[in-house]
Design a protein around this ligand. Structure first.
Ligand SMILES: [Zn+2]
Length: 136
């Protein structure tokens, strides 16, 4: 049974405990780039900054990454995620791309972030590499 209070913020329709929580707790690894992307969105919603940093490809982590994620998470209220498409990013792939739209409210204004994110799999873990803003 799913209850609105326990639904995962990533919009999967599953309970948080059965969806992104095992990733956030480090109990399970996201098998696909899309699963990682969803878990990162969910971490943003929940303010789990360490998870956002930890799932960023180590080679592209900047020294101010934690602070940047924190200030974004604090200034934005995420209100919905829609995964538009994904290419590669499967359990046997090395790289993947996920296109998504995330709705949010900032300074009282509703807005949309539309991005193509790139992911890379290294030693069995999927990592976020970078993203390109898409036309919305
Ligand atoms: Zn989820």
């Amino acid at each position: 049974m799913t209850d609105p209070k326990t639904l995962c913020a990533c919009g999967s329709g599953a309970n948080y405990a059965d969806c992104c929580e095992p990733f956030h707790l480090g109990r399970e690894k996201a098998a696909t780039a899309e699963a990682l992307m969803r878990s990162r969105y969910c971490a943003y919603v929940r303010g789990q900054i360490d998870y956002l940093v930890g799932t960023t490809l180590p080679a592209v982590r900047t020294t101010d990454l934690w602070v940047n994620y924190k200030s974004t998470a604090d200034s934005i209220q995420w209100i919905g995620l829609e995964v538009m498409s994904a290419s590669q990013g499967g359990a046997e792939d090395k790289t993947g791309k996920v296109e998504f739209k995330a709705s949010y409210i900032q300074d009282g204004e509703r807005a949309m972030h539309h991005e193509w994110s790139r992911f890379r799999r290294s030693a069995g873990n999927w990592y976020y590499v970078d993203g390109v803003m898409a036309e919305s």
